[in-house]
Design a protein around this ligand. Sequence first.
Ligand code: 5GP
Length: 213
Amino acid sequence: MNNRFTRTGILFVLSAPSGAGKTTLREGLRKNADFVFSVSCTTRPPRPGEQDGVDYHFVGRPEFDAMVSAGGFLEYAAVHAHRYGTPLRTVRDHLDAGTDVLLDIDIAGAAQIRACADPAIHTALADVFIMPPTIDELRCRLEKRGTESPEQIDIRIDNARREMAFWREYRYTIASGSIEEDLANFRAIMCAERHRSLRMSPHPDSDPATQQP
Ligand code: 5GP
C-alpha cells in the first residue's frame, strides 16, 4: 500500500436486489479496478454477450454439487431458481497476497460470509448494501432491460422485496441515487476501509511507533 505499511486484502461484499443499479456500478468501478472481481460459478445459462470465465464460470448442476461437497465455495446459494457460489481458493489467495476482492452476491451468501468461522475472512470483510429507490422503479428498470420473461421479473421483484428488509445486517448501506453518486459513495467506503488500522502492519524496518521524528 505504501512503503511504511503493508496490509491484508479487503473482501468487499456488495449486495443489491436486481435492477438496483449494481451492474452499472460494477462497470463504473471496473474503469479504475484497483481490486479484483471474484468470478462466481453459476448453473444459470449465459445471457447474450456474457463470457465464460469473465462474467461467471458457467457450470452444470453436477459440477456445482461436486464443488459444494469438496468445500470449494466460500459461500453458495440458490438465487432465482439457479445456484451461485464463490470459489474459496481464489478469494483466499488474493486476500493473503494483500489484493482487495469484490464479491457481488445475494443476501444469503453475504450472511454465510458474516457467519464464517475463518478469522481471516472476518478481518477482511466489508459488506455494503445498495438500497434501490422503489419497487415500482425496480420493475420499470427490469422491464426496460428486457432480458427476463414476465414470470422471471415477478420472481426478481418478490426477491427484491424480501432482500430489502436485510439492509441493517450490512456494515454500510448506500441509498441508491444517480450512478455518479453511488460510485462516489462506494469509492469513499473503499477508501475508508483501506485505512483501517486492523488490517495494517508496519514494515519491519519502518515501524512508525518506534521511529524518531
Ligand atoms: P444474475 O443472474 O442477475 O447475474 O445474478 C442474480 C443474483 O445472484 C444477483 O443478486 C447476484 O448478486 C447473485 N450472485 C451472483 N453470484 C453469486 C454468488 O457467487 N453467490 C451468491 N450467493 N449470489 C450470487
